[in-house]
Design a protein around this ligand. Structure first.
Ligand SMILES: [Zn+2]
Length: 340
């Protein structure tokens, strides 16, 4: 670990990230998006870009650690990075795929929050409530974002000011995701409910977002391809509405047509608590699998999804590029399933 920054000695997830980058070697291009200084330590927010260099190359982007308590999200992304880095040492098929497809990884967006064992960043801001609000939005009280106090959860931050971590996430998507002609982003969180959910926009309104046909096609493709998968796919707004969700704003910035799906993988952590109630006495216990076998199970559980998304991003026909007639059919089916 001699060449790793000091922050990697403070935070095991950062140490793992640098180890995985070593495995990728020159196949990954690392970028420090920003650094956040806290308690005399400089914590880097690291992105890694792998594969096709063309700006418009189809892109799969994996994000984690927006909420510092949800360490498992970062670990799921790191586990995927590890497996992909190992594949790249011998697998010709992945090698060929990555001549056309780009991977972006930002596994730890809020390192200081993780170090402090809190959901927010050091300034008490919930980064997933920190984007510019939509004037017409009606957010669920409290959980949907509040400006009362940084000492309460879901604090949106100062009006008009974006936190450095939120800016880093947005800038990474502007650089490597929004120029892509097809893209899927998967932002891994934990803490809601007992099943693993795949959420798509919008979060600020119950109204369908413009890519609802693509979301519906992706959901059918997932059901057909991995019929025993564990996910409930649905709009975020079926559960609550949120002011300041970064993915709503990032989605609205995309101009490359409709083939961009920013997905949030919300791991159902209540199941881990139900099976091991004692872990509620640990601040991390409400959001992470604590027992080793359950952690291992979680880390392997989502690899098929990530491989599926990589193949879906590489393949246009399956979930995008519809003519008007097909789009209408998919939108009607989507309305009936999610918005009726
Ligand atoms: Zn979260």
């Amino acid at each position: 670990m001699g060449s790793f920054p000091q922050a990697a000695r403070e935070l095991p997830e950062l140490a793992t990230l640098y180890e995985v980058l070593e495995t990728f070697g020159d196949r990954a291009e690392p970028h420090v998006l920003a650094t956040v200084a806290h308690a005399g330590v400089e914590f880097p927010i690291v992105a890694a870009v792998v594969g096709a260099a063309r700006a418009d190359a189809p892109t799969l982007a994996l994000f984690g650690g927006v909420h510092g308590l949800e360490r498992i999200g970062t670990r799921v992304v790191l586990a995927a990075m590890h497996t992909l880095a190992q594949f790249l040492t011998w697998d010709h098929v992945l090698d060929a795929t990555l001549s056309e497809v780009r991977l972006l990884f930002v596994p730890l967006i809020n390192p200081v929050g993780m170090w402090l064992r809190r959901r927010s960043n050091a300034r008490g801001v919930d980064l997933m409530r920190n984007a510019a609000p939509y004037p017409e939005a009606a957010a669920t009280p409290l959980v949907g974002g509040q400006r009362l106090s940084p000492h309460l959860p879901w604090f949106q931050g100062e009006r008009g000011a974006m936190e450095v971590e939120a800016r880093a996430l947005c800038e990474a998507t502007r650089e490597w995701v929004l120029p892509a002609r097809r893209a899927v982003a998967l932002d891994v969180h934990s803490g809601f409910g007992t099943v693993d959910r795949l959420w798509f926009p919008y979060a600020h309104t119950r109204r369908p977002f413009p890519s609802v046909a693509e979301a519906y096609a992706m959901s059918c493709l997932l059901d057909d391809t991995l019929p025993n998968h564990v996910y409930v796919m649905e709009p975020v707004s079926r559960n609550y509405t949120v002011q300041g969700d970064l993915w709503d704003r990032i989605y609205d910035e995309y101009t490359g047509g409709r083939a961009f799906l920013p997905l949030t993988l919300e791991l159902g952590s209540w199941l881990w608590v139900k099976k091991n109630p004692r872990q509620l006495f640990d601040v991390l216990g409400g959001f992470n699998p604590i027992r080793p076998h359950r952690l291992r199970r979680t880390l392997r559980r989502h690899l098929p999804l990530i491989e599926f998304l990589l193949r879906a991003v590489a393949s246009e026909r399956a979930w995008s590029g519809f003519d008007a007639h097909e789009r209408q059919r998919l939108e009607s089916a989507a309305f009936a399933k999610w918005f009726a």
